[in-house]
Design a protein around this ligand. Structure first.
Ligand code: BG6
Length: 452
């Protein structure tokens, strides 16, 4: 059996700007929804984070030392266009341009993400974010400019982080919508606007360069909670609406028939205008990327056909008693990872790219001894093994493997207790301290995945 990872396989780290940069009011940056207390977030957690605005060089050195050859980072829209749709801030653009050069000089391929939940505040307040077509247009303007500036040096792009979450209940603020209680119409409108933006930017990138662009999903492997046919029926439906509908656009340039039937039956208005069909058709992606952390169960007992399938999980999710879970109830399930790699590749035929994987742990450093994060080592080992099985036993075309936050960053809730890193970041001093897994990753990445 072939088991050598392909030459040029990517190994690396993945982050967002609001979880790494700090410098929230410096360098001409405008405010984003993360810089003020909105949607239950405490802004102060986001104002410093791990301070990459003032020093990313040392973190890039650590990434190089770990033998990484890719870093996925995000360009903060509000750093580059302070009010979202006005003048470009050249200082912000120069910040990212230098970052790209610093990565390339270390042999680390940059991957750019254009949006990771941090809507410029002005656009959130004035228009309710992606509910408005004006915001979609402002975003495309920003994205095109970044592509013009950087696509000769940056060959991998994604537009929206975890694109399916912009439609999930409880995640309204991810799309910059400050209005509470979104209607189903609102959700579909946000979804359609972001899909249009994705496709317009994919088309544009292909027009101006040879760089590649991917769709990006938040995946969670979901199993039926029982052998009841109803669990399987609703699980299939959930998958169609939550994952496959987006992949249909990325790979084939149209929405899923089943979703369109639901939209017609429920008379949903999603601001579908003349010409939109063509935009979707022209915006085919080159790969499908995704985050994967865990699996759950779907118990459909209380679901009916009146429920919106995108929201099934928030109504009917259960934990799997056969799996172990971390403190936050996130299970460890490498087989789920192998299943997802297979399903996306098999059904949509595009190369797949897991660009977020990892396990959150509550850790502290005693100032002396190395942090022994064997749970993390074991988690990544099992997931890389599962990925190799998907590649070599099942024939899946995988581009690379990026861990999430491999230098500690605050979690999505702003909580620094939940860490994913191979490098510990001391909360007060921001000192970087390699954990045991640092040496393990270095060996794995340096051997192109041979030495697990
Ligand atoms: C992804 C997000 O959902 O998961 C990240 O893209 C987030 O922003 C990561 O940090 C891990 O989730 P959490 O909630 O543990 O930080």
């Amino acid at each position: 059996m072939e088991n050598k990872m392909p030459e040029g396989f990517f190994w690396g780290n993945s982050t967002s700007s609001m979880q790494t940069e700090g410098g929230w009011n410096e360098g001409g940056k405008g405010q984003s929804v993360y810089d003020v207390d909105t949607a239950g977030r405490t802004a102060k957690n986001w104002q410093i984070t791990i301070d990459n605005f003032h020093d990313y060089q040392h973190d890039f050195d650590l990434m190089k030392e770990m033998n990484m050859n890719m870093y996925r980072f995000q360009i903060s829209w509000s750093r580059v266009v302070p009010d979202g749709d006005g003048d470009f801030n050249e200082e912000g653009i120069a910040f990212y341009s230098e970052m790209i050069d610093e990565l390339l000089s270390r042999g680390i391929e940059p991957m750019i993400c254009l949006y990771h939940f941090d809507m410029p505040l002005v656009l959130a307040e004035k228009y309710n974010g992606f509910l408005s077509r004006a915001v979609e247009e402002a975003f495309v303007r920003f994205g095109k400019e970044m592509m013009r500036r950087f696509s000769s040096r940056v060959k991998y792009w994604i537009v929206f982080n975890e694109h399916n979450l912009y439609f999930a209940e409880g995640f309204e603020h991810y799309s910059g919508v400050l209005k509470k209680e979104l209607t189903v119409n609102d959700c579909y409108t946000v979804f359609h606007h972001t899909m249009l933006a994705h496709c317009e930017l994919a088309d544009f990138l292909h027009e101006i360069s040879d760089a590649k662009i991917g769709g990006m999903l938040a995946t969670t492997e979901v199993y039926p909670a029982s052998t009841s046919p109803k669990d399987s029926l609703y699980l299939r439906k959930f998958d169609e609406f939550y994952n496959r509908n987006l992949c249909d656009v990325y790979a084939f340039g149209h929405y899923s028939d089943e979703v369109l039937t639901f939209i017609r039956n429920h008379k949903i208005e999603m601001d579908f205008q003349k010409g939109d069909e063509l935009i979707l058709e022209r915006g085919i992606s080159d790969f499908i990327s995704f985050s994967y952390y865990r699996s759950v169960l779907l118990d459909a007992t209380t679901l009916t056909d009146e429920d919106t399938p995108n929201f099934y999980l928030s109504k009917a999710m259960k934990l799997n008693p056969l799996l172990s879970h971390n403190r936050w109830g996130w299970s460890i399930d490498p087989e789920g990872f192998r299943n997802i790699l297979n399903r996306i590749y098999r059904e949509f035929g595009l190369p797949v790219f897991p660009i977020e994987n990892g396990i959150g742990q509550d850790e502290s450093w005693d100032g002396e001894h190395e942090i022994e994060d064997d749970v993390r080592i074991n988690y990544h080992k099992k997931h890389i093994e599962a990925m190799k099985n998907a590649m070599f036993l099942d024939g899946v075309d995988v581009i690379g493997y990026l861990g999430w936050g491999l230098i500690d960053i605050p979690a999505s809730g702003g909580d620094i207790d939940k860490r994913y890193g191979a490098v510990y970041v001391e909360p007060e001093t921001l000192k970087r301290v390699p954990k045991k897994s640092f040496h393990w990753f270095k060996k794995v990445f340096g051997s192109n995945g041979d030495e697990l």
